[in-house]
Design a protein around this ligand. Structure first.
Ligand code: NAD
Ligand code: GLY
Length: 350
Protein backbone atom coordinates (compact mmCIF):
# COMPACT_ATOMS: atom_id res chain seq x y z
CA UNK A 1 0.00 0.00 0.00
CA UNK A 2 1.21 3.50 -0.82
CA UNK A 3 0.39 6.38 1.51
CA UNK A 4 0.51 9.97 0.29
CA UNK A 5 0.05 12.73 2.88
CA UNK A 6 -1.82 15.76 1.58
CA UNK A 7 -0.33 18.80 3.25
CA UNK A 8 -3.26 21.21 3.27
CA UNK A 9 -4.44 23.21 6.32
CA UNK A 10 -5.83 20.00 7.85
CA UNK A 11 -3.61 17.28 6.43
CA UNK A 12 -4.87 13.80 5.59
CA UNK A 13 -3.72 10.52 4.05
CA UNK A 14 -4.53 9.05 0.67
CA UNK A 15 -4.16 5.26 0.94
CA UNK A 16 -3.60 3.51 -2.39
CA UNK A 17 -3.66 -0.27 -2.63
CA UNK A 18 -5.59 -3.42 -3.49
CA UNK A 19 -8.51 -4.84 -1.53
CA UNK A 20 -8.79 -1.74 0.67
CA UNK A 21 -12.58 -1.55 0.33
CA UNK A 22 -12.79 -4.40 2.84
CA UNK A 23 -10.61 -2.41 5.25
CA UNK A 24 -12.50 0.89 5.24
CA UNK A 25 -14.07 0.36 8.69
CA UNK A 26 -10.69 -0.38 10.29
CA UNK A 27 -9.02 2.51 8.44
CA UNK A 28 -11.79 4.92 9.44
CA UNK A 29 -10.99 4.25 13.07
CA UNK A 30 -7.79 6.24 12.47
CA UNK A 31 -9.79 9.42 11.87
CA UNK A 32 -12.90 9.12 14.01
CA UNK A 33 -14.06 7.76 17.35
CA UNK A 34 -17.73 8.08 16.33
CA UNK A 35 -19.43 4.91 15.14
CA UNK A 36 -22.08 6.35 12.81
CA UNK A 37 -21.70 6.94 9.10
CA UNK A 38 -23.73 7.72 5.99
CA UNK A 39 -22.60 6.20 2.70
CA UNK A 40 -23.48 8.23 -0.39
CA UNK A 41 -23.17 6.21 -3.60
CA UNK A 42 -24.79 5.68 -7.00
CA UNK A 43 -26.94 2.81 -8.22
CA UNK A 44 -24.18 1.06 -10.22
CA UNK A 45 -21.34 1.39 -7.71
CA UNK A 46 -23.66 0.77 -4.76
CA UNK A 47 -24.89 -2.49 -6.27
CA UNK A 48 -21.32 -3.77 -6.70
CA UNK A 49 -19.44 -2.38 -3.69
CA UNK A 50 -21.83 -1.11 -0.99
CA UNK A 51 -22.37 -4.58 0.58
CA UNK A 52 -18.60 -5.05 1.07
CA UNK A 53 -18.16 -1.53 2.40
CA UNK A 54 -21.10 -1.91 4.80
CA UNK A 55 -19.73 -5.26 6.03
CA UNK A 56 -16.35 -3.69 6.66
CA UNK A 57 -17.99 -0.82 8.56
CA UNK A 58 -20.15 -3.12 10.61
CA UNK A 59 -17.17 -5.35 11.51
CA UNK A 60 -15.52 -2.26 12.99
CA UNK A 61 -18.65 -1.40 14.94
CA UNK A 62 -20.11 1.27 12.66
CA UNK A 63 -23.85 1.80 12.32
CA UNK A 64 -24.16 2.96 8.70
CA UNK A 65 -26.91 3.70 6.22
CA UNK A 66 -26.83 4.50 2.49
CA UNK A 67 -28.20 7.24 0.28
CA UNK A 68 -28.15 6.20 -3.39
CA UNK A 69 -28.40 8.46 -6.43
CA UNK A 70 -28.86 7.49 -10.07
CA UNK A 71 -25.46 7.21 -11.76
CA UNK A 72 -24.30 9.95 -14.11
CA UNK A 73 -23.47 13.64 -14.32
CA UNK A 74 -27.18 14.58 -14.39
CA UNK A 75 -27.37 13.56 -10.72
CA UNK A 76 -24.88 16.18 -9.54
CA UNK A 77 -27.71 18.63 -8.98
CA UNK A 78 -29.49 20.74 -6.40
CA UNK A 79 -32.38 18.27 -6.05
CA UNK A 80 -30.07 15.44 -4.97
CA UNK A 81 -28.10 17.81 -2.72
CA UNK A 82 -31.30 18.73 -0.87
CA UNK A 83 -32.51 15.13 -0.83
CA UNK A 84 -29.19 13.98 0.68
CA UNK A 85 -29.32 16.68 3.37
CA UNK A 86 -32.89 15.69 4.28
CA UNK A 87 -31.93 12.02 4.46
CA UNK A 88 -29.03 12.79 6.84
CA UNK A 89 -31.29 14.91 9.03
CA UNK A 90 -34.07 12.29 9.10
CA UNK A 91 -31.52 9.68 10.14
CA UNK A 92 -30.22 11.98 12.87
CA UNK A 93 -26.59 12.06 11.70
CA UNK A 94 -24.72 14.27 14.16
CA UNK A 95 -21.74 16.62 13.89
CA UNK A 96 -19.30 13.99 15.09
CA UNK A 97 -20.37 11.44 12.46
CA UNK A 98 -18.98 10.79 8.99
CA UNK A 99 -20.16 10.91 5.39
CA UNK A 100 -18.48 8.40 3.06
CA UNK A 101 -18.47 8.97 -0.71
CA UNK A 102 -18.39 5.60 -2.50
CA UNK A 103 -18.11 6.15 -6.25
CA UNK A 104 -16.68 8.29 -8.99
CA UNK A 105 -16.32 12.04 -9.23
CA UNK A 106 -20.06 12.65 -9.41
CA UNK A 107 -20.70 10.95 -6.07
CA UNK A 108 -17.54 12.49 -4.57
CA UNK A 109 -18.47 16.04 -5.58
CA UNK A 110 -22.08 15.74 -4.43
CA UNK A 111 -21.23 13.94 -1.17
CA UNK A 112 -18.43 16.40 -0.42
CA UNK A 113 -20.68 19.40 -0.94
CA UNK A 114 -23.34 17.75 1.22
CA UNK A 115 -20.74 17.09 3.94
CA UNK A 116 -19.59 20.72 3.84
CA UNK A 117 -23.14 22.04 4.26
CA UNK A 118 -24.75 19.56 6.64
CA UNK A 119 -24.69 21.00 10.19
CA UNK A 120 -22.15 23.53 8.80
CA UNK A 121 -19.72 20.77 8.01
CA UNK A 122 -19.14 17.16 8.99
CA UNK A 123 -16.25 14.73 8.48
CA UNK A 124 -15.97 13.28 5.02
CA UNK A 125 -14.15 10.21 3.67
CA UNK A 126 -13.63 9.50 -0.01
CA UNK A 127 -13.62 5.98 -1.43
CA UNK A 128 -13.01 6.66 -5.14
CA UNK A 129 -13.97 3.87 -7.56
CA UNK A 130 -13.03 5.45 -10.91
CA UNK A 131 -9.54 6.25 -12.11
CA UNK A 132 -10.57 9.87 -12.52
CA UNK A 133 -11.78 10.11 -8.94
CA UNK A 134 -8.62 8.37 -7.67
CA UNK A 135 -6.16 10.63 -9.48
CA UNK A 136 -8.04 13.90 -9.20
CA UNK A 137 -11.48 14.53 -7.76
CA UNK A 138 -11.15 12.67 -4.44
CA UNK A 139 -8.08 14.71 -3.46
CA UNK A 140 -7.86 18.44 -2.83
CA UNK A 141 -11.25 19.25 -1.34
CA UNK A 142 -13.12 20.74 -4.27
CA UNK A 143 -16.81 19.86 -4.04
CA UNK A 144 -19.65 20.97 -6.30
CA UNK A 145 -23.00 20.52 -7.94
CA UNK A 146 -24.06 21.80 -11.35
CA UNK A 147 -26.63 24.55 -11.83
CA UNK A 148 -28.85 24.98 -14.91
CA UNK A 149 -26.53 27.73 -16.15
CA UNK A 150 -23.30 25.75 -15.94
CA UNK A 151 -21.07 23.16 -14.38
CA UNK A 152 -19.84 23.17 -10.77
CA UNK A 153 -21.37 26.61 -10.16
CA UNK A 154 -22.26 25.85 -6.53
CA UNK A 155 -19.68 24.24 -4.30
CA UNK A 156 -17.14 24.59 -1.55
CA UNK A 157 -13.66 23.66 -0.44
CA UNK A 158 -14.10 20.86 2.07
CA UNK A 159 -11.15 18.51 2.51
CA UNK A 160 -11.74 14.84 3.22
CA UNK A 161 -10.34 13.36 6.44
CA UNK A 162 -9.15 10.28 4.57
CA UNK A 163 -9.10 8.90 1.02
CA UNK A 164 -9.13 5.12 0.56
CA UNK A 165 -8.37 4.11 -2.99
CA UNK A 166 -8.86 0.43 -3.79
CA UNK A 167 -7.46 -0.10 -7.25
CA UNK A 168 -9.21 -3.44 -7.58
CA UNK A 169 -12.44 -1.50 -8.03
CA UNK A 170 -11.12 -0.34 -11.42
CA UNK A 171 -11.56 -3.92 -12.65
CA UNK A 172 -15.31 -3.44 -13.02
CA UNK A 173 -15.00 -0.08 -14.80
CA UNK A 174 -16.34 0.02 -18.34
CA UNK A 175 -13.48 0.74 -20.75
CA UNK A 176 -14.80 4.20 -21.67
CA UNK A 177 -14.83 5.28 -18.01
CA UNK A 178 -11.26 4.06 -17.52
CA UNK A 179 -10.25 6.10 -20.59
CA UNK A 180 -11.92 9.18 -19.10
CA UNK A 181 -9.59 8.85 -16.13
CA UNK A 182 -6.57 8.54 -18.41
CA UNK A 183 -7.49 11.92 -19.83
CA UNK A 184 -6.74 13.47 -16.41
CA UNK A 185 -3.53 11.43 -16.21
CA UNK A 186 -2.38 12.91 -19.54
CA UNK A 187 -3.20 16.30 -18.04
CA UNK A 188 -0.84 15.64 -15.11
CA UNK A 189 1.83 14.51 -17.56
CA UNK A 190 1.59 17.63 -19.70
CA UNK A 191 1.48 20.07 -16.80
CA UNK A 192 4.43 18.62 -14.89
CA UNK A 193 5.50 15.01 -15.34
CA UNK A 194 7.15 14.00 -18.61
CA UNK A 195 7.92 10.48 -17.34
CA UNK A 196 4.26 9.88 -16.47
CA UNK A 197 3.20 11.25 -19.87
CA UNK A 198 5.59 8.87 -21.64
CA UNK A 199 4.36 5.94 -19.53
CA UNK A 200 0.76 6.50 -20.71
CA UNK A 201 1.79 7.27 -24.30
CA UNK A 202 3.70 3.97 -24.34
CA UNK A 203 1.45 1.66 -22.31
CA UNK A 204 -2.04 3.05 -23.05
CA UNK A 205 -4.67 0.97 -21.21
CA UNK A 206 -1.96 -1.39 -19.90
CA UNK A 207 -0.56 1.27 -17.56
CA UNK A 208 0.85 0.49 -14.12
CA UNK A 209 -2.07 1.40 -11.87
CA UNK A 210 -0.30 1.92 -8.54
CA UNK A 211 2.49 3.96 -10.16
CA UNK A 212 0.05 6.17 -12.08
CA UNK A 213 -2.35 6.83 -9.20
CA UNK A 214 0.53 7.49 -6.76
CA UNK A 215 2.32 9.87 -9.16
CA UNK A 216 -0.86 11.86 -9.81
CA UNK A 217 -1.78 12.08 -6.13
CA UNK A 218 1.77 13.17 -5.23
CA UNK A 219 1.61 15.85 -7.92
CA UNK A 220 -1.77 16.99 -6.67
CA UNK A 221 -0.35 17.26 -3.16
CA UNK A 222 2.55 19.34 -4.48
CA UNK A 223 0.05 21.77 -5.95
CA UNK A 224 -2.82 21.94 -3.44
CA UNK A 225 -0.52 22.05 -0.42
CA UNK A 226 0.91 25.30 -1.84
CA UNK A 227 -2.39 26.74 -3.09
CA UNK A 228 -5.32 25.09 -1.32
CA UNK A 229 -7.91 27.67 -2.38
CA UNK A 230 -6.85 28.17 -6.00
CA UNK A 231 -5.53 31.69 -5.85
CA UNK A 232 -2.77 30.94 -8.37
CA UNK A 233 -0.74 27.77 -8.89
CA UNK A 234 -3.71 25.36 -8.52
CA UNK A 235 -5.17 26.80 -11.73
CA UNK A 236 -2.60 24.70 -13.58
CA UNK A 237 -4.87 21.71 -12.86
CA UNK A 238 -7.48 23.30 -15.12
CA UNK A 239 -5.49 22.50 -18.26
CA UNK A 240 -8.13 21.64 -20.90
CA UNK A 241 -10.97 22.14 -18.43
CA UNK A 242 -12.37 25.54 -19.42
CA UNK A 243 -13.04 24.37 -22.98
CA UNK A 244 -13.84 20.89 -21.63
CA UNK A 245 -16.59 22.20 -19.36
CA UNK A 246 -17.99 24.18 -22.30
CA UNK A 247 -18.06 21.01 -24.44
CA UNK A 248 -19.76 19.04 -21.66
CA UNK A 249 -22.41 21.70 -21.28
CA UNK A 250 -23.00 22.20 -25.03
CA UNK A 251 -23.39 18.43 -25.47
CA UNK A 252 -26.05 18.35 -22.76
CA UNK A 253 -23.60 16.22 -20.76
CA UNK A 254 -23.66 13.43 -23.35
CA UNK A 255 -19.90 13.93 -23.80
CA UNK A 256 -18.25 12.59 -20.64
CA UNK A 257 -15.98 14.76 -18.47
CA UNK A 258 -12.83 12.85 -19.52
CA UNK A 259 -13.64 13.05 -23.24
CA UNK A 260 -14.50 16.73 -22.93
CA UNK A 261 -11.21 17.43 -21.13
CA UNK A 262 -9.37 15.54 -23.90
CA UNK A 263 -11.06 17.78 -26.50
CA UNK A 264 -10.23 20.81 -24.33
CA UNK A 265 -6.54 19.86 -24.01
CA UNK A 266 -6.32 19.26 -27.78
CA UNK A 267 -8.06 22.57 -28.57
CA UNK A 268 -5.81 24.62 -26.28
CA UNK A 269 -2.68 22.80 -27.49
CA UNK A 270 -3.56 23.45 -31.14
CA UNK A 271 -4.02 27.14 -30.32
CA UNK A 272 -0.73 27.16 -28.36
CA UNK A 273 1.13 25.64 -31.31
CA UNK A 274 -0.47 28.03 -33.79
CA UNK A 275 0.47 31.04 -31.67
CA UNK A 276 4.04 29.85 -31.10
CA UNK A 277 3.72 28.97 -27.40
CA UNK A 278 4.60 25.31 -27.94
CA UNK A 279 6.20 23.50 -30.86
CA UNK A 280 4.32 21.50 -33.48
CA UNK A 281 6.08 18.39 -32.18
CA UNK A 282 4.77 19.03 -28.65
CA UNK A 283 1.26 19.37 -30.13
CA UNK A 284 1.72 16.12 -32.05
CA UNK A 285 2.80 14.28 -28.87
CA UNK A 286 -0.27 15.52 -26.99
CA UNK A 287 -2.69 14.66 -29.80
CA UNK A 288 -1.19 11.24 -30.36
CA UNK A 289 -1.22 10.38 -26.61
CA UNK A 290 -4.91 11.35 -26.41
CA UNK A 291 -5.73 9.35 -29.55
CA UNK A 292 -3.71 6.34 -28.38
CA UNK A 293 -6.08 5.86 -25.46
CA UNK A 294 -9.12 6.22 -27.71
CA UNK A 295 -10.23 9.69 -26.66
CA UNK A 296 -11.44 12.42 -29.04
CA UNK A 297 -9.37 15.45 -30.07
CA UNK A 298 -11.72 17.23 -32.51
CA UNK A 299 -13.96 19.95 -31.18
CA UNK A 300 -17.52 19.27 -32.39
CA UNK A 301 -18.70 22.84 -31.67
CA UNK A 302 -18.19 26.23 -33.31
CA UNK A 303 -15.88 28.80 -31.72
CA UNK A 304 -18.83 31.14 -31.04
CA UNK A 305 -20.67 28.36 -29.17
CA UNK A 306 -17.60 27.49 -27.10
CA UNK A 307 -16.96 31.16 -26.34
CA UNK A 308 -20.56 31.67 -25.21
CA UNK A 309 -20.43 28.60 -22.97
CA UNK A 310 -17.08 29.70 -21.51
CA UNK A 311 -18.76 32.96 -20.48
CA UNK A 312 -20.70 31.06 -17.80
CA UNK A 313 -17.53 29.42 -16.44
CA UNK A 314 -16.97 30.20 -12.77
CA UNK A 315 -13.36 31.15 -13.51
CA UNK A 316 -14.36 34.16 -15.65
CA UNK A 317 -13.60 37.51 -14.01
CA UNK A 318 -13.73 41.15 -15.06
CA UNK A 319 -10.37 41.00 -16.79
CA UNK A 320 -11.06 37.72 -18.61
CA UNK A 321 -9.84 34.25 -17.77
CA UNK A 322 -6.63 32.43 -16.87
CA UNK A 323 -5.73 29.93 -19.58
CA UNK A 324 -3.31 27.02 -19.02
CA UNK A 325 -0.94 26.68 -21.96
CA UNK A 326 1.55 23.91 -22.72
CA UNK A 327 5.11 25.05 -23.47
CA UNK A 328 6.45 21.51 -23.68
CA UNK A 329 5.57 18.10 -22.22
CA UNK A 330 6.01 18.53 -18.48
CA UNK A 331 5.67 22.33 -18.43
CA UNK A 332 2.59 24.50 -18.69
CA UNK A 333 2.21 28.21 -17.99
CA UNK A 334 -0.71 30.31 -16.79
CA UNK A 335 -1.71 33.20 -19.02
CA UNK A 336 -4.26 35.83 -18.12
CA UNK A 337 -6.29 36.41 -21.25
CA UNK A 338 -8.74 39.26 -21.86
CA UNK A 339 -12.00 38.06 -23.41
CA UNK A 340 -11.38 39.53 -26.88
CA UNK A 341 -8.01 37.77 -27.00
CA UNK A 342 -9.65 34.54 -25.79
CA UNK A 343 -12.01 34.60 -28.77
CA UNK A 344 -9.11 34.83 -31.26
CA UNK A 345 -7.18 32.19 -29.31
CA UNK A 346 -10.13 29.78 -29.35
CA UNK A 347 -10.53 30.34 -33.09
CA UNK A 348 -6.96 29.11 -33.55
CA UNK A 349 -7.66 25.96 -31.52
CA UNK A 350 -11.21 24.95 -32.47
P1 NAD B 1 -18.86 9.25 -12.57
O1 NAD B 1 -18.80 9.47 -11.14
O2 NAD B 1 -20.11 9.68 -13.28
O3 NAD B 1 -18.61 7.71 -12.86
C1 NAD B 1 -18.70 7.26 -14.19
C2 NAD B 1 -19.59 6.02 -14.30
O4 NAD B 1 -18.86 4.91 -13.82
C3 NAD B 1 -20.88 6.07 -13.51
O5 NAD B 1 -21.90 5.49 -14.30
C4 NAD B 1 -20.58 5.19 -12.31
O6 NAD B 1 -21.75 4.57 -11.81
C5 NAD B 1 -19.65 4.18 -12.89
N1 NAD B 1 -18.68 3.59 -11.96
C6 NAD B 1 -17.94 4.23 -11.03
N2 NAD B 1 -17.08 3.39 -10.45
C7 NAD B 1 -17.30 2.18 -11.00
C8 NAD B 1 -16.71 0.90 -10.83
N3 NAD B 1 -15.67 0.71 -10.01
N4 NAD B 1 -17.18 -0.13 -11.55
C9 NAD B 1 -18.20 0.06 -12.44
N5 NAD B 1 -18.78 1.24 -12.67
C10 NAD B 1 -18.34 2.29 -11.96
O7 NAD B 1 -17.68 9.95 -13.37
P2 NAD B 1 -16.15 10.27 -13.03
O8 NAD B 1 -15.50 10.29 -14.35
O9 NAD B 1 -15.63 9.42 -11.95
O10 NAD B 1 -16.22 11.75 -12.45
C11 NAD B 1 -16.62 12.84 -13.23
C12 NAD B 1 -17.02 13.96 -12.31
O11 NAD B 1 -15.90 14.34 -11.51
C13 NAD B 1 -17.47 15.20 -13.04
O12 NAD B 1 -18.66 15.67 -12.46
C14 NAD B 1 -16.36 16.20 -12.79
O13 NAD B 1 -16.80 17.52 -12.79
C15 NAD B 1 -15.85 15.78 -11.45
N6 NAD B 1 -14.48 16.18 -11.15
C16 NAD B 1 -14.24 16.81 -9.96
C17 NAD B 1 -12.96 17.19 -9.62
C18 NAD B 1 -12.70 17.80 -8.28
O14 NAD B 1 -11.57 18.24 -8.04
N7 NAD B 1 -13.66 17.84 -7.38
C19 NAD B 1 -11.90 16.91 -10.49
C20 NAD B 1 -12.16 16.27 -11.70
C21 NAD B 1 -13.47 15.89 -12.02
N1 GLY C 1 -9.51 19.15 -10.36
C1 GLY C 1 -8.89 20.43 -10.26
C2 GLY C 1 -8.55 20.79 -8.86
O1 GLY C 1 -8.71 20.03 -7.93
O2 GLY C 1 -8.12 21.90 -8.64
Amino acid sequence: MTTVKIGVSKSYDVLIGSGLIDEVGRLMSRVTASRRAAVITDDIVGAIYAPRLLTSLSESGFDAFTFTIKNGEGSKNAANFTAALNRLAEKGLTRGDTIIALGGGVVGDLAGFTASAYLRGVRFVQVPTTLLAAVDSSVGGKTAINLDVGKNLAGSFHQPALVVCDMETFKTLPEQILRDGLSEVIKYGVIGNEKLFEHIAEKGGGFDREYVVSECVKMKDGIVSRDEFETGLRRILNFGHTVGHAVEKLSGFTVSHGSAVAIGMATVSRAAARTGICSESCLKQIISAIKSIGLPTDNPFKTAEIYKAVMSDKKISDFGITVVLPERIGKCVLKEMPLDELKVFLEAGV
